[in-house]
Design a protein around this ligand. Sequence first.
Ligand code: 13P
Ligand code: SF4
Length: 305
Amino acid sequence: MTVFETQQEILRLKAEKDICILAHSYQAREITEIADFVGDSYALSVKAAQVPNKTVIMCGVRFMAETVKILSPEKRVILVNGDAGCPMAEQMDVDLIEQLKAMNDGFKVVAYINTTAELKTVCDVCVTSSSAVKIINAMPEKDILFIPDINLGTYVNRQCPDKNIKLVSGGCPTHCRVSSKHVEKARADHPNALLLVHPECMPEVWENADYIGSTSGIMGFAKKSEAKEFIIGTENSIVEHLQYDCPDKIFYPLSKSLVCQNMKITTLPEVLACVKGDFGEDIEIDEETRLKAKKCIDKMIEYGG
Ligand code: 13P
Ligand code: SF4
């Protein structure tokens, strides 16, 4: 089957079976083309609560599928490839957060959405990279414990000077692969290009960037900008999508190593098999966990809306 035939079959079957396909913007082009909605983590969460379909297929990583299930328990939610996890989401466990809470009495725990459903049960508010500053500024509390991404946390801390934010040492192994050395080389190789960076990178990477933002933020900025050349400091699928969407501009990866294997594991043939009912993992979350985890996602939507 060609890529086009596979896509046509997916489109036919998903319409027949009342399936909605959600895809994170790090997915391959051939997958984003057949998705009903493509976006960053925040947009996917908001969409998850709104889609009318009985079944939702997530092309992304586990925490994204869990978010859909937490918000829409009546739906069947399927993660296309059950091996697609986010290493950052699993860096901290409930015991550690309970200990940190005991050591920081009165602090509100703000969790990056890249956390497991179980971890969300002991957190107060969720944020995503595109909504973190707005949400933390909207929170009435001043004392905040931000988990698990120290780089995003550092960025938020600088943007919210009125808050007292404590950070813990976690982060994204993909975005942590780039350093100021990559920035120096890319700037020297492409002196006319703007540098657009995801805040999951280390501060030395985004400190002198021309734009800092989420995957959708980076794409939106590049599309609107008058500039013609851009160095992209996030997962390299964004370079591919932007090059496709903006053929009159040039996009360079900050580093060839900016590849998230977990995001890349899902393939178009797997999506077809999933739509047929032969592949994929049904997401199940027990009701107690779901209700506790939902509180901090609801807060995210309330403060971020
Ligand atoms: P966004 O919120 O920018 O989509 O980021 C998700 C992610 O996993 C980035 O590594
Ligand atoms: Fe997780 Fe990093 Fe991959 Fe995003 S890029 S899914 S944070 S490992």
